[in-house]
Design a protein around this ligand. Structure first.
Ligand code: PXL
Length: 271
């Protein structure tokens, strides 16, 4: 499958584009990138990072691709720092996909009840527009609350999650995959297709790290594009993150992201 991913390049910090590429490659997919911005680091836990917005490059890159008649089997969006980019992305979705091409939206904009640094209402509105035409949306609980104007709750019971799933589904996406679903000491994800729920939970690992949401989404997309069932997909993604956190937590110099490379190597490397 040829996948176009649109998200930032955080040069240091193991998130967004820099984790999506290796993960999707290991699941056997060709990856194409349209970087939304280039940052020295991600915006969580670092101060003084640099940001160079790439919105002005987007129409030029897209025009060249259209001249070359390039088309994609899947479009996967993540962190978007500038609201002008939503029109470009929706134009790609409408005009540059192969038959049965799939649109995956990870509305990476918030966590732990708060928007990420520098992001506001215009980003929420743009993400909502993309969700309305997506095949799959992959919000965490905080993002789900912002998308559906639901007050954030630290502790979520099943009724709250069911309401959130229905509200997310009503945004227009064909499938909802809600991540960060927590039940007692377990953490995982729940998928909803308008009829059925698929829930996969694992014993929660600590601490929580930046970038795990981006790895989680990339593993899910890698699997779904290989026609794996939702159950197998969520099983693979949750166990991947559990292993990555275990591989990282004893390294005190590595608080900015997870050491997921050894997990990929375990799965796919021969040496
Ligand atoms: O991991 C999500 C993410 C992606 N890109 C940038 C971020 C974050 C989270 O903070 O800052 C630039």
């Amino acid at each position: 499958m040829k996948i176009l991913t649109v998200q930032d390049i955080s040069c240091y910090g193991q998130c967004s584009t820099t984790v999506a590429l290796p993960v999707l490659s290991c699941y056997g997919h060709e990856t194409v990138i349209l970087p939304s911005a280039i940052l020295s680091t991600h915006t969580g836990g670092f101060t003084g990072f640099t940001v160079h917005d790439l919105t002005d490059e987007m129409p030029k890159i897209i025009k060249h691709w259209q001249n070359e008649n390039i088309k994609f089997d899947a479009l996967y969006t993540g962190y978007i720092g500038d609201p002008r980019q939503f029109d470009y992305i929706l134009n790609i979705k409408d005009n540059m996909m192969r038959d049965k091409g799939l649109f995956f939206v990870d509305p990476a904009m918030a966590d732990h009840g708060k928007m990420y640094y520098g992001l506001g209402e215009e980003i929420v509105n743009g993400m909502r527009r993309m969700c309305s035409v997506a095949d799959y949306i992959l919000p965490n609980i905080t993002e789900a609350c912002f998308l559906t104007n639901t007050p954030y709750q630290e502790v979520q019971d099943e009724a709250f999650i069911d309401t959130l799933l229905k509200k997310l589904y009503n945004l227009g996406a064909k499938n909802v995959i809600l991540t960060g679903y927590e039940v007692k000491d377990q953490l995982g994800a729940v998928a909803y297709d308008g009829k059925n729920k698929t829930i996969v939970l694992k014993k929660r690992e600590y601490p929580s790290y930046h970038g795990t949401g981006d790895i989680f989404s990339s593993v899910i997309i890698g699997n779904l594009l290989n026609n794996k069932s939702m159950e197998d997909t969520l099983e693979d993604a949750t166990s991947f993150i559990v292993k990555a956190i275990r591989a990282t937590k004893d390294d005190k110099d590595h608080g900015y992201g997870v050491k997921y490379e050894t997990i990929l190597k375990e799965k796919y490397g021969n040496n």
